[in-house]
Write a protein that binds this ligand. Structure first.
Ligand code: NDP
Length: 252
């Protein structure tokens, strides 16, 4: 029997990379997508191969919905040749960029970018994905703590993430006939390259996040991937339509 297959968007770096590695450690074969950083994606493939799983990397711009038909055609033929199956089981909508700007300075262009990457792209990529997803699959949409609480300079980004949380509840209902579940994982602030790497390098912000967090530190990518992988295990089959915040307990 073929292994289960996960598609992780934005798996070349940061949280997506850690999700892909954790999924591979559970015996799942992996498709990651990258936007422009092919060499980082290739390194992730090598790491997954070392774990003993098969993996492929494909280019995808999640903000360009007109690319999606070609992407899925390419994906299906690659999966067939590399994994022996043109259907996958788990979709992790993770890819994304951030813009930190005060509400009064946010332009229409900034707003459209955030909506296209974090909402429109997720909505239509998921719609197109369903025809090549096996029944009893899982969808995990990556939101953010910022959809529950407000932190300055994130209004457009956080609004898109909030919408994805609503969208996820609709998916959980409307895909139930295929026994596909849909859940949200909402990380707190994590030290990755996201948004210019602020959570890695801005000491003032890191201190503020640590002070607001029950466990007293900024998150690391390794805090998140295992939770996403758990949601793809048989044990998690009854979790559906839920938002799981993974933040060390921020703003409790
Ligand atoms: P990183 O910047 O570390 O990684 C972003 C990933 O997304 C890379 O793989 C990148 O590809 C890919 N990517 C970026 N833009 C696009 C695009 N337009 N189309 C397709 N792929 C794209 O970010 P994180 O790992 O931190 O963030 C991952 C997710 O987690 C995002 O949805 C983010 O909103 C969310 N999140 C992050 C938090 C944080 O504090 N870091 C907190 C809460 C949520 P490439 O390598 O080719 O550039």
């Amino acid at each position: 029997m073929n292994n289960k297959i996960a598609l992780v968007t934005g798996g070349s770096r940061g949280l997506g990379k850690d999700m892909a590695v954790n999924l591979a450690e559970k015996g799942i074969d992996i498709v990651i997508t990258y936007h422009s950083n092919q060499s980082a994606a290739n390194d992730v493939i090598k790491e997954i191969n070392k774990i003993g799983q098969k993996a492929i990397a494909l280019q995808l711009d999640v903000s360009n919905i007109h690319q999606f038909d070609d992407f899925f055609n390419h994906l299906k033929s690659k999966m067939k040749s590399e994994f022996g199956s043109s259907e996958f089981d788990f979709l992790v909508n993770n890819a994304g960029t951030g813009i930190y700007k005060p509400f009064l300075e946010t332009t229409e262009e900034d707003f459209d970018e955030m909506i296209n990457v974090h909402l429109k792209g997720v909505y239509f990529l998921t719609q197109k994905a369903i025809s090549c997803m096996n029944d009893e699959g899982r969808i995990i949409n990556i939101s953010s703590g910022l959809a529950r609480f407000s932190f300055p300079n994130s209004s457009a980004y956080a609004s898109a993430k909030g919408a994805v949380e609503v969208f996820t509840r609709y998916l959980a209902k409307e895909l139930a006939s295929k026994k596909i579940t849909a859940n949200v994982v909402a990380p707190g602030a994590i030290a990755t390259d996201f948004g210019g790497g602020e959570n890695k390098t801005n000491e003032q912000k890191r201190q503020a996040v640590s002070n607001f967090t029950a466990l007293g530190r900024v998150g690391e990518a390794e805090d998140i991937g295992g939770v996403v992988a758990f949601l793809c295990t048989p044990e998690a089959k009854w979790i559906n339509g839920q938002r799981i915040e993974v933040s060390g307990g921020i703003f409790l």
